[in-house]
Structures are given as structure tokens and as C-alpha cells.
Design a protein around this ligand. Structure first.
Ligand code: C2O
Ligand code: CU
Length: 461
């Protein structure tokens, strides 16, 4: 008896000191800041209308960053400062959001919240130092169901201080296009059908805006392939056939350890970094196929040399990713119900807890979280539709689906919630500010499925 009591005293004493590990801490999973290199990388980006030979090479009217679709790939090193001198030559106001990048709140590109809209003819300078190395992207955050669909998106790659020696570093941006009989982008956006289903799904799937994208994979190669889903609504489950494809990063962040690519649902906004080597003895063409629905879709092709003699180096996927396995015993900080109703300017409103977003001018945060403090959110999808939920300014981990614990060996910034599904996430916000949370099916976001999360300093609560 005495022994037990003594043990209890010791246990309590240990808890009150800082030596006991907190099972729900971030546990140095990723740093609050990157150490600066002192280098400033300056880019000029102009958004404007353009006519480009896209998809099968036919000229199409698009909206483009620097006259290209996809827009330019911006490459920097971890610790560099990114400076983007942006000019808007579109017929509409716009902003740029740096998806997945932990930027200062005023660089987040959210109109009326982090900055005023950039009117036609206007300019804005974005400047920030990315805190994580990985695969990120940028896109407009005004009327995004139209602006992204017309071709406005590009990749931002933050390289490691010492990049792993892959023989090629390749970007594949997946996007589907809804083309009319005239071969042009169908100009009706936010249609009742798109709004009441899973957003706008196109009739042509392209990789890097081409239907003939191909990659050469030689015997002595090891390729880093960075996939991004830039579609408004379509989800992909990429299948690399008999190739040896290993997942090393999700949403920009390295995994705890590499895992073989099995079914991964790449929802709008998601990124997937793969480590690919040649396998087998026969040289052949591997068709990469999307298997999200029952009808497979061709994405691209990889020409493989027979044999395999890739460079040997340790996988960069060895991040600290906490399990947070005690998270399901912790109380739910907030439940967020995903639902729809008739009404609003578009005829249907998508809601978080019964609230449709009505503009930043009058929107109150629906959630207040405390910096450096673990929180658990539960998304309860009352609807039958798909909702890839994206948080700005922070990463999170999925800890349960339909109340069954899961330990994904990676963080995310976007998670697909299926119809009637319940998804629990854990997170530790590091940056004070007003951050957006929204569905990344851009039609759902336009129809109200957006809100704000305010992250406040611990004392301010
Ligand atoms: Cu890529 Cu607010 O989104
Ligand atoms: Cu949605």
C-alpha cells in the first residue's frame, strides 16, 4: 500500500516537472522557423489572359501566370526569403494564396482578411520565408472556382538545405478541363449541378496541361516525382502499375518512414512526393492510371529501361511524426458538421455547423484555438458528398476515421472527408493569426463552405 502511495507521489511529482513527455505535443515534428540563409529570391508574376497550345496542342483561351499553364515553378532553398512582385492584368480582382506554406498572416492571400483584393491593373508584393522544405503551390483566392479553372496555378518547391541526390526532380500537376464543343473552357461556373454534387469535373484529364506527358526512367535513375491535384473537384487515386513507387512526402511534409504507394486519394489541394526507380528486366511503357472511380483514366506514361541500378542513398522520409495515439481519449475541442441547404445567392449553401460564409466583412471566427496547444477537431459529414477540408497556416494529423483510430505516418494540410464519414484530426497551431478553413472543392467553397480559425496566444484566452 505504502509502495503504491509512494509511487503515486513520484508520478505526480514527475508530471509537474517538464521532464515527462507530453503524449500530445508536437515533439519537434517540424520547427517553428527555418534558419535563414540570408538569400532573397525575387520573382515577377503577372496574371493575364492568354491563348496557349494546351492539352493536345490546340490553342485555348486561358488565364495564365506569366503566359504559361501551369504557371512557373518557383524553386527556393529552405531558409531563403521568397519575394514575388505580382501584377494583376486579369479582368477581375485576384490574390495569391501560398497553399501549405506557413506564411505570416498578412501574406496568406485571403481577400479582406489578410489583404485587400488586388484590383485589375494593381500590384502586390508577397514576401515570406518558408519554414518547411517540400512541395507547395499557389493559386488565386478570389472567385477561385473560376480563376483556378481557367489555368491560374503554379508550384512552389522549397528544397532541403542539402537536397537528396535524385537524378530527376519532376513536377506533375493533375487537372481536368471541362471543354465545350468549340474546344474552349466552358464559361459557366458554379452551375447548380456542380454546386449540388462534388464540384466541377472536367471531360479531359491532363498532366501539366498536356495529354501526352511522359517521363523517361533509365536503369540508373531514381526520380523524385511531385504530384499536385489542382482540379476544382476531381479526386485521383494514381496507380503506377508494376513500378516501384514509394511515398516520401504528403502535402509537402516528409513521412516518418517511406511507404509503398498503395491507394492514395489525391484530393484537390493535396500533394504527393514519390521516389521512383526502374524495376524488371523488360524495357516497357508504364501507363499511369487514375483509379478513384470505377472507370480508370489515363494520366501519363513512363518509359522504363529494363533492369535496375539506382543510386543508393537514404530516403529523406525520416521525419518525426508523433502518433498522438492518446488523442482519442482527449476531449473533442470542436465538432464541425458539414452540410448543405437550399438558399443563398447560388441556390445552395454549403455549411460548417449550419453557417455559410458570407464574406470576411461580417464573418466571425467559428473556431478559436490556442497557439502551442494540442486540439482535436471532428469533421462530421452529414451530407453524401465529398469534402476535402483544407486548413491555412497549419498542418494536422488524421487520428481517426469513423471513430476508428488511425496513425497516418505524415501530416497534412488537406483531408478528404467522404460522404457520411467522420474524420478526427489533431493539431498544434504554431502561428497566431486568423486562418481560413474551407472545402477545397472550389464550388463548395464559393457556396459557403469557408470559415476562419483564430489562433490566439495562450495568455489571450
Ligand atoms: Cu489551396 Cu484556401 O486554398
Ligand atoms: Cu465540399
Amino acid at each position: 500500500m505504502l509502495r503504491i502511495a509512494l509511487w503515486l507521489v513520484i508520478a505526480v511529482a514527475c508530471r509537474s516537472t517538464t521532464s515527462a513527455p507530453d503524449p500530445l505535443a508536437l515533439d519537434d515534428a517540424y520547427p517553428a522557423e527555418a534558419s535563414p540563409t540570408g538569400v532573397v529570391k525575387t520573382f515577377e508574376i503577372t496574371a493575364a489572359e492568354a491563348e496557349l497550345p494546351l492539352i493536345d496542342g490546340t490553342r485555348r483561351k486561358v488565364w495564365a501566370y506569366n503566359g504559361q499553364v501551369p504557371g512557373p515553378t518557383l524553386r527556393v532553398r529552405l531558409g531563403d526569403t521568397v519575394r514575388v512582385q505580382f501584377t494583376n492584368r486579369l479582368p477581375q480582382a485576384t490574390t495569391i494564396h501560398w497553399h501549405g506554406v506557413r506564411v505570416p498572416n498578412r501574406m496568406d492571400g485571403v481577400p479582406h482578411s489578410s489583404q485587400p483584393p488586388i484590383e485589375p491593373g494593381g500590384t502586390f508584393v508577397y514576401e515570406f520565408a518558408p519554414k518547411d522544405a517540400g512541395t507547395f503551390w499557389f493559386h488565386p483566392h478570389i472567385r477561385s472556382s473560376e480563376q483556378v479553372e481557367r489555368g491560374l496555378y503554379g508550384m512552389l518547391i522549397v528544397e532541403d538545405k542539402v537536397p537528396p541526390p535524385y537524378t530527376q526532380d519532376v513536377v506533375w500537376i493533375l487537372d481536368d478541363w471541362l471543354l465545350g464543343a468549340d474546344g474552349q473552357i466552358v464559361g459557366q461556373f458554379n452551375t447548380p449541378h456542380d454546386l449540388s454534387h462534388d464540384g466541377r469535373w472536367g471531360n479531359v484529364i491532363a498532366v501539366n496541361a498536356r495529354t501526352d506527358t511522359a517521363l523517361q526512367l533509365a536503369t540508373d535513375e531514381r526520380i523524385r516525382l511531385r504530384l499536385l491535384n489542382a482540379s476544382n473537384g476531381r479526386i485521383y487515386a494514381p496507380d503506377f502499375g508494376d513500378l516501384d513507387a514509394t511515398v516520401i512526402a504528403v502535402d509537402g511534409m516528409y513521412l516518418r518512414a517511406p511507404i509503398p504507394l498503395e491507394r492514395f486519394e489525391l484530393a484537390p489541394g493535396n500533394r504527393l512526393d514519390l521516389d521512383i526507380v526502374s524495376t524488371g528486366n523488360a524495357s516497357r511503357r508504364v501507363v499511369v492510371v487514375d483509379r478513384f472511380t470505377n472507370r480508370p483514366n489515363r494520366l501519363a506514361e513512363i518509359a522504363v529501361d529494363g533492369g535496375s541500378n539506382p543510386p543508393r542513398f537514404a530516403s529523406p522520409a525520416r521525419a518525426r511524426v508523433p502518433a498522438w495515439s492518446t488523442g482519442l481519449a482527449a476531449p473533442i475541442t470542436q465538432e464541425v458538421r458539414l452540410d448543405a441547404r437550399r438558399g443563398g445567392a447560388l441556390g445552395i449553401e454549403w455549411t460548417f455547423n449550419g453557417q455559410a460564409f458570407s464574406g470576411h466583412e461580417h464573418h466571425h471566427p467559428s473556431l478559436v484555438l490556442t497557439r502551442d496547444t494540442w486540439a482535436r477537431l471532428r469533421f462530421t459529414n452529414v451530407s453524401a458528398r465529398l469534402h476535402p477540408i483544407h486548413l491555412h497556416g497549419m498542418f494536422f494529423k488524421v487520428i481517426a476515421r469513423n471513430e476508428i483510430a488511425v496513425d497516418e505516418p505524415f501530416f497534412r494540410d488537406t483531408v478528404l472527408v467522404h460522404g457520411r464519414e467522420t474524420v478526427d484530426i489533431g493539431l498544434v497551431p504554431l502561428d497566431v493569426g486568423s486562418w481560413m478553413m474551407h472545402c477545397h472543392i472550389l464550388e463548395h467553397a464559393e457556396a459557403g463552405m469557408m470559415t476562419m480559425i483564430d489562433v490566439v496566444a495562450p495568455a489571450a484566452r
